[in-house]
Design a binder for this molecule. Structure first.
Ligand code: SF4
Length: 107
């Protein structure tokens, strides 16, 4: 199936928030998390099955930014994501964790 232009320029999002990495190589490091929606895998160890579904056009995502929380349309452009990452970490000191869902499933 050929992706539509919209799926090439936007990604489905679950949430953007700043927190502390809780696993892996960067355990304990402050990061901004961009959790994408949609995952074709079904890992037995998955702790975020709520991210498996790909939202429809009416879906909503959560933002937990430095100036408060809000909900936005779940399909976001890269430019929108970049703005929300900056708003989650105004100082720009935190690395960004792209997580899922499965980010590598997206162009
Ligand atoms: S969200 Fe991550 S851990 Fe969960 S099934 Fe998909 S790839 Fe596996």
């Amino acid at each position: 199936m050929t992706p539509s232009p919209a799926t090439l320029t936007r990604v489905p999002l679950v949430e953007v928030f700043a927190s502390i990495q809780g696993e892996g190589l960067y355990l304990g490091q402050p990061q901004v998390f961009v959790r994408l929606a949609g995952c074709p895998l079904r890992c037995a160890w998955c702790d975020t099955p709520g991210s498996w579904a790909t939202p429809d056009e009416g879906g909503r995502a959560r933002l937990d930014l430095a100036d408060g929380r809000r909900r936005v349309p779940a399909w976001a452009s890269v430019e929108e994501l970049a703005g929300w990452v900056e708003a989650a970490d105004p100082g720009g000191a935190r690395p960004v964790s792209l997580t899922g869902g499965e980010p590598l499933a997206r162009p």
